[in-house]
Design a binder for this molecule. Structure first.
Ligand code: FAD
Length: 449
């Protein structure tokens, strides 16, 4: 049997393949970033008739898709709702009423088939590689030039026809024809120390959640980027005993200084020694700040009196150890029982103290309190909040209001959402809008080039 190539060999193979790709001097649309949004933008523009070049700094395009949904890619959600986003008005205006239909039609045409888990959509294969592969295949079929291993380092609007223009001289030196008003994108070249300067009529920024310094050249304003959709660090003395345990809970968030919860969500919670993880926690991470109170109802399907029936059916005031083993992870039960016996409660200093151990245990099951101290493990955050301020872009076209040749989509814009396929749905749909508008502009200008 043939030996599997080592990581270094695989990297070398990808590097060699990338170095073989010829970056054209001119095309209609350049897409900066070949992730989720960039690939869809490129396909949409190319299928509309534009010559499209995708520049990505990674060794392969589409790589970020592989990590999504724990390798299964939760690519959309049947309940797409702008309210799940930080900027519902902008997202609603970009995505319209047929958002889900548009996404599903796009993927159906790409050859993907899917399945539903709760309201989340996954590829039928449950493999994120399926999503990436159908996109790469469709991009190839549409004639998109995918140029990986090219980091974009500059973006500039130029007039290459102006006599004596230094830009014109520079372009002539590297053998590129003067073409009139166009956009020059400087990117690194794997096989050379010199950047190449492809030229286009329109540029789509699809560079994801990291800063793109080249955008400073065109004066666009970016909101500070911070990680979200990650675990939450909490202060509670029992967490080390619960590390790795799970519960199906309803989480409530009460902002510091407030008396009532402002948000709640139900789903799986994973206890970690530093705090909480799991999908519900990721959604919590978009709203929580240090000092906020997080309460977990660990038996959301049972009322307080139903829990009482299990804990203390004869109202004796005490409970039998293990009385909750039938509804909760036994290790979670042990910890709650210990806390109940100590009458521990972060909030009991301010609330009436439960009179008996049994009452304390019932309270802990229905509202286990933890004080958030911040976000945790932010290196593995799924999304970045911040990015290009949305008011700089026309939601109908995703064109910059200042530079009609510049479009943006995906996480490059200051748009983020809850877990559940919402972030990728934004990437796909905003990619479609930006790609279609960029192609329209470029094609309308072709005659003047
Ligand atoms: C671990 C993980 C799991 C996730 N799971 C899900 C999920 O199941 N469902 C969901 O909806 N969302 C999920 N997300 C979020 C989702 O992946 C993102 O919202 C989505 O990928 C954003 O798409 P994008 O195209 O805007 O950015 P990306 O997909 O990040 O693509 C950006 C591309 O731009 C390239 N690039 C950046 N800078 C440059 C430069 N200077 N020059 C050239 N190229 C550049 C990068 O190499 C990259 O390929 C997950 C995220 C992570 C990290």
């Amino acid at each position: 049997m043939a030996k599997r190539p080592s990581r270094a060999q695989e990297r070398q193979r990808l590097f060699d393949a990338a170095a073989h790709v010829q970056v054209p001097g001119d095309c209609d649309v350049i897409v900066v970033g070949g992730g989720a949004a960039g690939l869809v933008a490129a396909i949409t523009a190319a299928e509309a008739g534009a010559e499209v070049l995708v520049l990505d700094r990674d060794l392969e395009c589409g790589r970020p898709i592989l990590a999504t949904g724990n390798g299964r890619c939760n690519f959309s959600n049947v309940n797409l709702d702008p309210k799940r986003f930080n900027d519902p008005q902008f997202v609603g205006a970009v995505c319209g009423d047929r958002w889900l239909d548009d996404i599903l039609a796009f993927f159906r045409e790409s050859g993907l088939r899917w399945c539903l888990e709760d309201e989340r959509l996954y590829p039928m294969s449950r493999s994120s590689a399926s999503v990436r592969n159908v996109l790469l295949a469709r991009a190839k079929k549409a004639g998109v030039i995918l140029a990986p291993a090219r980091e974009v380092v500059g973006i500039d609007r130029i007039d290459t026809t102006r006599p004596g223009s230094p830009k014109r001289r520079k372009r002539q030196e590297v053998g590129v024809e003067a073409l009139g008003m166009s956009v020059e994108v400087a990117c690194t070249e794997p096989s050379s120390n010199y950047p190449v300067l492809p030229n286009a009529q329109a540029v789509v920024i699809a560079s994801g959640g990291e800063a793109l310094p080249a955008l400073l050249d065109v004066g666009l304003v970016t909101a500070r980027r911070t990680p979200v959709l990650c675990p939450v660090a909490c202060d509670a003395p029992f967490l080390s005993q619960l590390d790795g345990r799970r519960a199906h809970a309803q989480a409530y968030l009460t902002k510091h200084g407030s008396f009532f919860p402002t948000w709640h969500e139900r789903g799986e919670v994973l206890f970690r020694d530093y705090g909480l993880s799991g999908i519900v926690t990721f959604d919590l991470s978009r709203r929580v700040e240090a000092g906020d109170l997080v309460e977990l109802d660990l038996a959301p399907d049972l009322t307080k009196s139903q829990v009482q029936q299990l804990v203390d059916p004869f109202a004796s005031g005490s409970f039998e150890p293990g009385c909750l083993d039938g509804i909760l992870d036994p290790q979670v039960v042990r910890v709650l029982e210990d806390l109940a016996c100590q009458c521990w409660h972060v909030e009991w200093a301010e609330r009436p103290m439960p009179e008996t151990d049994a009452a304390a245990l019932i309270d802990l099951v229905k509202a286990l309190p933890l004080v958030a101290t911040g976000l945790a493990d932010t290196n593995h955050a799924q999304v970045t909040r911040g990015g290009l301020l949305t008011e700089q872009f026309d939601p109908a076209t995703l064109a910059s209001r200042e530079h009609e040749w510049l479009f943006a989509c995906g996480e490059a814009l200051d748009v983020d959402a809850d877990c559940g396929g919402f972030n990728l749905s934004w990437a796909w749909k905003s990619g479609m809008v930006a790609g279609a508008s960029a192609a329209q502009l470029a094609l309308s200008r072709r005659g003047f080039a």
